[in-house]
Design a protein around this ligand. Structure first.
Ligand code: APR
Length: 230
């Protein structure tokens, strides 16, 4: 049984990583346009680099929760039949042990060189304008996908979505495309669709099954059922 699990900020919320759309519309005190668009970066690179340096440090100090670990356990049980597609830029899925994983919105632990296109692993601050380890130019930005930019690995994701038997959406508000369209795409190709979320997203194309609850409760319970049913 081929399963695609799409995750969003809600799966990391109980690890202490803030979500985007649950509070006051601001993102840790900033307007999204200022810190998550190419235009915002162009207008005030120091603000943006400092913002992501702080987020990188914040994520380094939190740990995966039982929802991340349950998905890793599912991969242990069904192997490459499971693909986790995350919109999150934290590394909690891989720290929980997931390997068949796509970071469609990039990763905080990588930098992107605006000169040569390299995507080196990067865990130190970018505000100091360090040189790119590949080309030596001091033009590194966070390797996160901003509004107006194309997400990573869209072909691989779409191939998995149209071929899966079950599509599961975890902890995402369904506000940002193309990710928000994947459940409908999977359904159109015959998959059963499941939403596991604190507050059901009310998607335009309804999920076959919706389980409301905290990720740390509903995700391990769902994984146990899938493994037991094999
Ligand atoms: N358990 C399960 N779901 C939760 C929990 C929890 N403990 N806490 C919050 N949620 C749900 C919320 O109800 C909401 O539906 O998680 C969802 C979080 O939604 P968003 O904050 O919009 O995050 P996400 O969907 O990941 O955002 C998508 O938007 O800003 C961009 O690039 C950014 O990847 C991000 C994208």
């Amino acid at each position: 049984m081929r399963i695609v699990v799409l995750t969003g900020a809600g799966i990391s919320a109980e690890s202490g990583v803030p979500t985007f759309r649950d509070a006051d519309g601001l993102w840790e005190g900033h307007r999204v346009e200022d810190v998550a668009t190419p235009e915002g970066f162009h207008a005030n690179p120091d603000l943006v680099l400092r913002f992501y340096d702080e987020r990188r440090r914040g994520v380094a100090s939190v740990v995966p929760n039982v929802a991340h670990r349950a998905l890793s356990r599912l991969e242990g049980a069904i192997g490459a039949e499971l693909l986790v597609v995350t919109q999150n830029v934290d590394d909690l899925h891989e720290r929980a042990g997931s390997r068949n994983l796509v970071h469609m919105h990039g990763e905080l632990r990588r930098a992107l060189c605006l000169s040569c296109g390299a995507r080196p692993e990067w865990t130190r601050d970018l505000i100091d304008r360090p040189p790119c380890p590949e080309c030596g130019k001091r033009m590194l930005r966070p390797d996160v996908v901003w509004f107006g930019e194309l997400p990573y690995e869209l072909d691989r994701i779409e191939q998995a979505v149209v071929a899966c038997d079950v599509f599961v959406s975890v902890g995402t508000s369904g506000a940002v495309y193309p990710a928000a369209g994947y459940a409908a795409l999977a359904a159109a190709f015959g998959a059963r669709t499941v939403e596991l979320n604190l507050v059901p997203s009310g998607a335009a194309v309804p999920f076959d099954e919706v389980r409301a609850g905290r990720a740390t409760e509903v995700v391990p319970a769902w994984v146990d059922e899938v493994i037991a049913a094999r």
